[in-house]
Design a binder for this molecule. Structure first.
Ligand code: XMP
Length: 324
């Protein structure tokens, strides 16, 4: 009978047989549940012959890199390489305001950085890495098939599908028959911390598509701080699991405010929180007024450069989840 415990056992055996006694595997981890579960499963199967690579692209959330290091490396015993590539990404994003261009730049830079790091990884017997691990889920498989239709140019989601062909690696996708809730269950059995197992999805291009207009280190910092406060309050209120995804976006407009007897002229934060089952359609989440009041006042008081906070009350469709 099919249980998650059986799945793990079978999958580990399958991976061992496929990889053999000496070959080695690399894979990107993002700090999200899919890549972490895939990486943990691989580590259970072949130990340090699996090499996880985390690329800090400069547009991750607050404390993300430190947390990933702690959880994956120290906590889960995954053989992890952390690459600080923030400057490279941010310099390539300079002057770019078009959302699709941002996505392409981040996707391509990611591939360049990943390949560069991967080529420097030393295997035990000096041979080349043979396999690439990807945490692809069943819905990703379906989506990538249906997205090949001619009219599907809605958004080119950050996708590293080309990596294996470019690098001549064989692909391993142990989660490709699973749905998200099954992956979360798998994560729990594999002792992945609850915080990570239930984490909201985070787009590949990260905060770059939540800073509307040009992405600069200063703008990223504002968006990042506001986002952190919003999520912190959501967790404190016990609402995190009820909400499918929540974040702060920084708008490229200035608005007049008042602080003490001073007139201010600073930017606007838009908060977004949605409920959905499949992310194809979504409803905005109904917060209590006093919750929104608290978040707005914290953001304006604690984040330099913000004079006003708004809450996005648009469903998908017609609006998308992200602002770009
Ligand atoms: P939209 O904005 O299209 O988002 O309604 C639906 C879901 O997809 C995520 N998203 C992305 N994920 N790369 C990703 O990896 C992207 O470029 C991207 N754009 C949107 C979004 O966060 C939401 O979960």
């Amino acid at each position: 009978n099919w249980t998650m415990e059986n799945f793990i056992e079978t999958e580990i055996k399958r991976i061992r047989k496929l990889v053999g006694e000496t070959a080695e595997v690399i894979g990107a981890v993002s700090g999200g549940v899919d890549s972490t579960v895939a990486a943990k499963l691989m580590t259970e199967a072949i130990g340090d012959r699996f090499h996880a690579i985390y690329v800090d692209n400069g547009v991750m959330r607050k404390n993300e890199t430190v947390t990933v290091k702690k959880t994956l490396d120290e906590g889960l015993g995954i053989n992890l390489t952390v690459v600080d590539a923030g400057d490279i990404f941010l310099s390539k994003l300079k002057g770019i305001t078009d959302p699709e261009k941002k996505r392409k730049i981040i996707g391509n830079t990611f591939i360049d950085v990943f390949e560069d790091v991967a080529s420097k990884i030393k295997t035990k017997d000096g041979s080349d890495i043979e396999f690439l691990l990807q945490g692809t889920l069943y819905p990703d498989v379906i989506e990538s098939i249906s997205f090949k239709g001619p009219s599907q140019t809605i958004k080119t989601h950050h996708n590293v599908g080309g990596l294996s062909e470019n690098m001549k690696l064989k692909l391993i996708e142990p989660l490709r028959e699973l749905f998200k809730d099954e992956v979360r269950h798998l994560g729990e059995i594999l002792n992945i911390p609850e915080d990570l197992v239930w984490r909201h999805p985070f787009p590949g291009p990260g905060i770059a598509i939540r800073v509307l207009g040009e992405v600069t280190p200063e703008q990223v910092k504002i968006a990042r701080e506001a986002d952190y406060i919003f999520i912190e309050e959501i967790k404190k209120a016990g609402l995190y699991r009820q909400i499918s995804q929540a974040f702060a976006a920084l708008l490229p407009v200035k608005s007049v405010g008042v602080m003490g007897d001073q007139r201010t002229y600073e930017q606007v934060i838009a908060l977004r929180a949605i409920e959905t089952t499949d992310f194809m359609t979504a409803d905005w989440f109904v917060f209590e007024a006093k919750f929104l009041k608290k978040v707005a006042s914290r953001i304006v008081n604690e984040v330099d450069g913000v004079a006003r906070v708004t809450y996005d009350i648009t469903s998908k469709p017609p609006a998308t989840v992200e602002w770009e």
